[in-house]
Ligand binder design. Structure first.
Ligand code: 7TS
Length: 402
């Protein structure tokens, strides 16, 4: 867990050493990722899956190596089930349009929760609108935990899909995915898991979870932007029509005989993919696995505990989201100070946090808050940085009380 692996962590912001606590928005990139992408462009830049020449072979090999790494990272049964997409958002839209839409009849239901990020709300609203289906919402308690009995009570013969976040981006709540899947599967209802905030913090095992789909973004697991992963069970992916048409996703195209599609995973990867980004993602996964997700989780839990205990001593500090099981995300309110003012003043101390609705407006509505401030920790953060953050919060209060 060497901070020196992350060149950006050495920079100054407004004359202070950077304290980067906005890891839930995106994580910083280790040298290994930057180098892998740079090497691709300098040494073997070529398109994949088409050239017979050496550079294209090397690029294709590196691109497909990442698919192997992804399979291993989430313990998927097969590489065919690991699709490269643009992001978590893209993955969920793909499932909404290619899986849900053809299966939905008027009056059918999709179940999501009150904790979801807009990426796991709006695609379902769109497809429900298209099909005349209904969106049902699992309620939460005041700690930010799902009400499990009410979840179970929502399931019925019209339920076609559960789409649920593994970890809440706004509150850090870790949802009991295995139990959720078990209850859904007892009624033959498939489950999509939005893993955007889980993949950075814990070992993911899609076979143990037994989920039907699992989505995450590279940029939140120390890889580059513009690439993400959709895992889907082979039986579903095989049955689904393509999401986008174009090069690479076809077996043959004819004006007279029609078009036949490529096998998995190519069927869902139309056009030139994000090649450098895939290579960067492979390097990020190798980096994380070299540290070990167990170790990362332990370290981040220690940071979360430290921050939770120390901020509790600060007058006027209220944590938002107090679930028993939490990832290293600390949303909070500071008495008398708007979250945007907290973030603006903290920035003057070189501290990056996020404020706002965190793309979870229904959750904010449920909590009765327009916004929260949010500090989200990575294994590369330190207790000393948390001390700096708390000192800056105290100064923010002092400054605004004057
Ligand atoms: N799902 C969850 C739970 C998320 O936290 C995010 C992004 C997404 C989906 C969408 O990911 P994308 O990579 O497709 O954009 N969350 C945040 C956040 O909390 N702050 O900035 C982005």
């Amino acid at each position: 867990m060497n901070r020196a692996d992350f060149p950006i962590l050495a920079r100054q912001v407004h004359g202070h050493p950077l304290v980067y606590f906005d890891n839930a928005a995106t994580t910083q990139k280790p040298e290994a990722v930057l180098t892998a992408m740079d090497n691709y462009y300098r040494q073997y830049n070529a398109n994949v899956h088409r050239g017979i020449h050496r550079l294209s072979e090397e690029a294709t090999h590196a691109y497909e190596q990442t698919r192997k790494s992804v399979r291993d990272f989430i313990n998927a049964p097969s590489e065919k089930e690991c699709l490269f997409v643009r992001s978590t958002t893209d993955a969920i839209n793909l499932v909404a349009q290619s899986f849900a839409r053809p299966r939905l009849q008027a009056g059918d239901e999709i179940v999501i929760s009150h904790l979801e990020h807009h990426a796991n709300i709006v695609p379902w609203q769109i497809v429900c609108e298209q099909a005349g289906a209904k969106l049902k919402i699992i309620p939460i308690n005041d700690a930010g935990e799902l009400c499990f009995d009410e979840y179970r009570a929502l399931l019925n013969d019209r339920t076609r899909l559960i789409a649920i976040g593994h970890v809440s981006n706004a509150l850090g709540t870790i949802n009991p995915i295995e139990k959720i899947v078990e209850a859904a599967h007892a009624r033959d209802i498939p489950v999509l898991v939005d893993g955007a905030q889980a993949a950075p913090h814990m070992n993911i095992d899609v076979q143990a979870l037994d989920c039907d789909f699992y989505a995450f973004s590279s940029h939140k697991i120390y890889g580059p932007t513009s690439i993400g992963v959709l895992y889907g069970k082979e039986k579903w992916l095989e049955a689904m029509p393509p999401y986008q048409g174009g090069g690479d996703m076809i077996a043959s195209v004819s004006f007279t005989e029609g078009t036949t599609y490529n096998v998995l995973p190519a069927k869902f990867e139309a056009g030139t993919p994000a090649i450098a980004e895939a290579i960067g993602l492979g390097a990020a996964i190798a980096y994380l696995q070299n540290i070990g997700l167990d170790k990362i989780q332990q370290r981040e839990q220690a940071l979360l505990n430290y921050a939770t205990n120390e901020t509790a001593k600060l007058p006027g500090f209220t944590p938002i989201g107090t679930a028993k099981e939490k990832a290293s995300i600390l949303s909070f309110a500071l008495a008398g100070v708007h979250p945007h003012d907290i973030a603006t003043i903290l920035d003057q101390y070189g501290i990056a946090i996020r404020s706002g609705h965190h793309c979870a407006m229904p959750l904010m509505e449920r909590l009765g808050l327009p916004a929260t401030a949010r500090a989200s920790f990575s294994f590369y953060n330190t207790e000393a940085e948390i001390d700096t953050f708390i000192m800056a919060l105290a100064k923010t209060q002092e400054f605004l009380a004057r």
